[in-house]
Design a protein around this ligand. Structure first.
Ligand SMILES: [Zn+2]
Length: 290
């Protein structure tokens, strides 16, 4: 199947109380792990590419990274019958424009750090552009922190304000809204609880599907409850990286003389595929694309 605009699936998920998983990839094998898992589970899925993945894939040049991964994503989607989209996560304005132009079917603009009004006006402009070519548009109000391995102050998290979320959503016309409920990017253990009361308050004012970033650090119980309350796209990155790298580390530790990259990269691919499948089942999307 060609790369899809996955928005109709996210809407259906919202209506039926499950979620579409968005799975991060930085390498070819990680892209493959996602489509293989989607196919095995007959589930819609999102191949998600972060700003930093673009830098890696493009050897330091993000635009080159977008070109590479747009081509790879198309071939990956064509290789299966389950619906998948290619999503740019936390893009800058210029990256979002390039991604839309080069064939991504979903984009997120990260206006973090911009004044609210400016964030609104740029997001609206990008959203109009995305919609003119059938691309799904996500943006964020509040901020899920990206500590990048550094210490951070939990009390300083900019949680999503329900009124701002409502104003932002109505004015920009975005399809999905990323909300900050206490999760943090890059956590290696499920140690964080979500502010579900805040989610309820947002849900009362915002009708579009909501997105959870940083799910790897959130307890599964809270993710499950959050999904039933309208978190209809759930992003997973760190858990996948742990599985991918862990499997490669095991293979290399077992055989210090191994040199063939296929031997350890395939172990990484299989391990990530298993985690993606497990998450797909947990999110309730398994079998929905039968
Ligand atoms: Zn994120």
């Amino acid at each position: 199947m060609t790369l899809q605009n996955i928005y109709p699936w996210i809407l259906r998920a919202q209506k039926e109380g499950w979620a579409v998983g968005a799975f991060n990839a930085n390498t070819l094998e990680q892209v493959q792990s996602i489509v293989l898992a989607a196919q095995a589970e007959q589930s819609p899925a999102i191949i998600q590419i972060s700003h930093r993945a673009l830098t890696h894939i493009g050897s330091g040049n993000e635009i080159q990274g977008i070109k590479y991964i747009a081509a790879v994503g198309k071939i990956a989607a064509d290789s299966i019958t389950a619906p998948v989209s290619l999503h740019l996560d936390h893009g800058t304005e210029s990256e979002v424009i390039q991604a839309i132009t080069l064939g991504f079917t979903s984009v997120m603009f990260d206006g973090d750090g911009l004044p609210f009004e400016e964030n609104i006006s740029i997001t609206k402009r990008l959203c109009d552009m995305a919609h003119s070519v059938g691309v799904c548009m996500e943006a964020e109000v509040g901020e899920v922190p990206k500590p990048d391995g550094k210490e951070f102050n939990e009390s300083a998290i900019d949680l999503t304000d329900p009124d701002e979320a409502s104003q932002f959503t109505r004015t920009t016309g975005i399809d999905t809204l990323a909300v900050a409920l206490g999760s943090v990017h890059g956590l290696r253990a499920k140690s964080v609880a979500l502010d579900l009361e805040r989610l309820l308050a947002i849900r009362k004012r915002v009708t579009i599907p909501l997105v959870l970033h940083g799910s790897s650090g959130v307890s599964d119980n809270d993710i499950k409850q959050g999904i039933s309350m309208g978190l209809s796209k759930v992003n997973v990155a760190t858990q996948l990286a742990q599985a991918f790298t862990g499997a490669i580390r095991d293979v290399l530790n077992k055989d210090g003389s191994l040199v063939d990259p296929r031997k350890y990269m395939s172990a990484g691919r299989n391990a990530q595929m298993e985690i993606v499948r497990e998450r797909i089942r947990f999110f309730g999307s398994s079998g929905k694309a039968k």
